[in-house]
Design a protein around this ligand. Sequence first.
Ligand code: PLP
Length: 444
Amino acid sequence: MTTVHEPTTPVTPPDLSVWPASTTEPGPGDLAVGGVPLAEVADRFGTPVYVLDEAEVRDRCRTYRDAFPDAEVLYAAKAFLCRAMAHWTDDEGLGLDVCSAGELELAVTTGFPAERIVLHGNAKSPRDLETALRLGVGRIVIDSPSEIARLAAAVGPDGHQKVMVRVVPGISAGGHDKIRTGTDDQQFGLSIADGYAQHAIARILDQPQLELTGLHCHLGSQITSVKSYLAAVRRMVGLMSRLHEQHGLALPELDLGGGHGIAYRPGEEALDLTALARKVRTELADACTAAGLPVPRLIIEPGRAIVGPAGIALYRVLSVKRTGHHVFVAVDGGMGDNPRPALYGVRYAPRLIGRHSTATPAPVTVVGRHCEAGDILAADVELPADTRPGDLLAVPVAGAYHLSMASGYNLVGRPPVAAVRDGIARILVRRESLEDIRGRDVGL
Ligand SMILES: *Cc1c(COP(=O)(O)O)cnc(C)c1O
């Protein structure tokens, strides 16, 4: 007697390593985040739509608080900001790093305490500074020599404002040329090498209404090595030591910026936060002891690492085209809602959701709907060979620098943001409509 076995294709469980911790597979081909099936979100709110896992954002805030218990953690709002995001980060005990009057005013008018906000910007407009002083922002980070006199005048002889100075430590780090800001010869900060930083500091000390609380540096973004941060600590403490000798200064704060790298695709490297916290603390304590300085309070400013992995972009496939050596799967969004691939050449790992396909995986290029050949979301990724118009694609790690950098290109309208939590989805930011676009078009 023989036993007949059904031919079985081994079911490989989906690699969810870059997805939010709440992600489950309720049925074959389905994915749920925050207890809500993603296909349901797409059907209810339309596509493209961005999904934000509230618990993932809050967990990431807590991870930072736990890893850096003595530090001040500021969420870098430019990664993504809406009122709910400001509330979540406030609830979790983080401060905020903003770089415009717009970000500042949105946060403060929804109740974020202004004294826990730091204002950055290499070119602050008169309105940025006026808003910061009017709302009582905690600290302003001076980024150019001309800002010192302007700010001192705006504060007035009887006023008082805490400031920091953005220093260029001369360190090359970051995932791409366009996001490296720790080196000399780029537009951010004041260089130690050419003496601009020291000169600016001396001028700030001459302004009694400006209180210098510390130095700031931000090396760049998508940094995966702890070493760059340790080098920054040494350079910054070196400068603090010279300031101590020259001016008798012992600055109480040191802001090391953000830039903590995350994985966008399974297998990619992320910055190890626990190692970062431990090694930076040791390096800072050792360097300060050697220089005879009190250890300043550390400030860090993560943006991407708080919100990036908490977001998912959902798109619907509009067309599938076989041409030359490629299969192009075109979706109903793209560079209008996510300019990162066109800007930095980054690539994502999209997945088919909402239907179970038994077709074999085939290499495809996922493109957007915008009128640019560079509107490519994912090149040479595998999707089921039967992927067709009407299918849903989910792109993980879509929470940071997508919608905050979205444009009005092709008048497609920017997608909405839905929060998911405990099985409930709700809209945080609605879709941009033609009425919104027409409303701004006031001349003829
Ligand atoms: C952009 C920016 C950050 C955050 O960078 P991430 O890569 O999102 O962590 C922090 N500080 C400053 C000054 C920035 O410009």
